[in-house]
Write a protein that binds this ligand. Structure first.
Ligand SMILES: NC(=O)c1ccc[n+]([C@@H]2O[C@H](COP(=O)([O-])OP(=O)(O)OC[C@H]3O[C@@H](n4cnc5c(N)ncnc54)[C@H](OP(=O)(O)O)[C@@H]3O)[C@@H](O)[C@H]2O)c1
Length: 247
């Protein structure tokens, strides 16, 4: 039976690369993002990359193994609807990858409250919202995976990164507690801490630093490898960094 994974923030960057890797692995994949245009573009690009039929919006079989769902993880009802839609579309849910994340480099003295709420709301509360909606679906399936995309910034705070670093440090603690809560339900929880990845994160040029940064596909490979581990083993914390960062 093909595994079904919902990836939050799968419309570009690491989430998109992971969707492509899981589809190549034979899985069924739901991707989300707040921009409907972005999600639709990604659905079509993934179908073309994998050689699947072009997606038909509203169809019960969007691209066969791909479903694009507009969702803002900060909103509990939007997250719940996205998880339910994916499970209905594919007949159940086996894995949730909490990848959606945002960040800006702004000193706290200059940070508007809205910006703080956006970062914590997406990177931390958004993960809670999605986990809460996913856990009953994973339990109904007899187990599965929750993979949280954190960051090495969680361990290496930097000036201007207080909100982002705090959100990811919180996510690490959240993940370790949740891992212990869910392990006897056969739900394995892990978190991945990438270093610099060549994406458009935080308004960067996606290609900027691509010669030394990780590629999104490198992070995707680490996540697919984890999710393919035998049932007895749980790599619960993964660090992945550029082999030769810029000096
Ligand atoms: N790039 C790096 O150097 C790096 C390093 C370490 C960790 N990370 C982490 O890796 C994850 C992915 O980052 P990335 O570099 O791939 O970023 P990205 O290219 O900016 O992609 C972010 C994705 O998240 C979605 N998203 C943002 N806010 C959302 C929300 N409220 N609800 C649902 N989806 C939302 C975006 O879609 P919409 O715009 O349509 O909402 C997009 O699909 C993040 O958690 C980030 O913190 C990145």
């Amino acid at each position: 039976m093909a595994r079904t994974t919902l990836i939050t923030g799968g419309s570009r960057g690491i989430g998109y690369a992971l969707a492509e890797a899981l589809l190549r692995n034979g899985d069924q994949v739901a991707i989300t993002g707040t921009s409907t245009d972005g999600v639709m573009r990604a659905e079509h690009a993934l179908a073309a990359a994998i050689g699947l039929a072009p997606p038909k919006r509203g169809s019960a079989k969007v691209g066969g193994r791909i479903a694009g769902i507009t969702c803002d993880v900060r909103d509990a009802s939007s997250a719940e609807r996205a998880l339910r839609t994916a499970a209905e579309r594919f007949g159940g849910l086996d894995a949730l990858v909490n990848n959606a994340g945002v960040g800006v480099g702004v000193p706290i003295a200059d940070m508007p409250h809205d910006e703080w709420n956006r970062i914590i709301g997406t990177n931390l509360t958004g993960v809670f919202n999605c986990c809460k909606a996913a856990i009953p679906l994973l339990r109904a399936r007899g187990g599965g995976w929750i993979v949280n995309v954190s960051s090495l910034a969680s361990k290496n705070p930097f000036i201007g990164g207080a909100a982002y670093c705090a959100s990811k440090a919180g996510l690490n603690a959240f993940s370790e507690a949740l891992m212990q809560e869910l392990r006897y339900d056969n739900i394995r929880v892990t978190y991945v801490m990438p270093g610099s990845v060549a994406t458009g994160f935080s308004g960067r040029e996606p290609e900027s630093g691509a010669e030394w940064k990780l590629s999104p596909a490198d992070v995707a490979q680490a996540i697919v490898d984890v999710m393919n581990h035998p049932a007895r083993s749980l790599p619960s914390r993964i660090e992945i960094r550029p082999a030769q960062p810029k000096r």
